[in-house]
Design a protein around this ligand. Structure first.
Ligand SMILES: Nc1nc2c(ncn2[C@@H]2O[C@H](COP(=O)(O)OP(=O)(O)O)[C@@H](O)[C@H]2O)c(=O)[nH]1
Ligand SMILES: [Mg+2]
Length: 215
């Protein structure tokens, strides 16, 4: 087999496994959200606050990292069941890894499953994990040109969160630029501004999640 055939057969196998996972989650009545961003955009901090704020909606988290269980420890402290998946050198989670992670969770006890993907704006964008919704995060310190530079991530998103907006007052960043670049690649995904530090925008994010869980 040529290299191209191998790559496409790996992607096909991933897609099959992702569809199985989605069917399994559907059967269990669990909504699943895959969070993708560069390292440090605020995924873990957002999930810590979200798990605490979503009272009445039991959540769990699958967290992917190259090394360490640091994120998993932070998330477990917030009170949710957490499964850590160490990917070693892998720059994204795969549908197989997520399916294995699911085996370690009691799906009958949860309504919402978050996947915190490996911090990377490129590799995770092309890999379906069996999620129902995909959320792309972009933080203010990363710069307002990132939607234009990494369009694949934003193209596939169902929601875009502009995080750390408390820093808009101290860093040069044009929200307008992000809105314009996003409109070019994705007219479906809303752009929500959020600061987990100050709490702004949390209500809209929680409402989006509640609507997803309500189906
Ligand atoms: N200024 C500011 N910093 C934040 C905010 N949310 C997270 N951070 C900081 O950003 C850094 C990375 O956050 P983390 O949640 O670990 O990002 P992750 O790598 O995407 O999971 C930490 O130092 C957080 O304290 C925010 O809303 N505003
Ligand atoms: Mg993290």
């Amino acid at each position: 087999m040529s290299r191209i055939e191998v790559v496409s057969s790996v992607l096909r196998a991933n897609q099959v496994r992702a569809e199985e996972t989605r069917a399994r989650l559907d059967a269990a009545g669990v909504a699943c959200v895959n969070l993708i961003s560069a390292p440090g955009s605020g995924k873990t901090t957002l999930l810590q606050k979200t798990i605490t704020a979503l009272e009445g909606i039991p959540c769990a988290v699958l967290v992917g990292d190259l090394q360490t269980t640091r994120d998993a420890e932070r998330l477990a402290a917030a009170g949710a069941p957490v499964v850590q998946i160490n990917t070693g050198r892998g720059c994204h989670l795969t549908a197989d890894q997520v399916a294995e992670g699911l085996d370690r969770l009691d799906l009958s006890q949860i309504q919402l499953l978050f996947i915190e993907n490996v911090g990377n704006m490129v590799c995770p964008a092309g890999v379906d994990l069996g999620e129902h919704r995909r959320v792309a995060l972009l933080s203010v310190p990363e710069g307002d040109d990132k939607v234009a530079k990494y369009p694949t991530l934003f193209q596939g998103a169902d929601l875009v969160l502009l995080t750390k907006v408390d820093l808009l007052s101290v860093l040069p960043f044009a929200v307008r630029q992000v809105e314009e670049d996003l409109a070019r690649v994705n007219t479906r995904a809303p752009l929500q501004q959020i600061s987990t530090l100050e709490g702004t925008g949390m209500d809209a994010w929680l409402a989006w999640l509640r609507a997803l869980v309500a189906g």
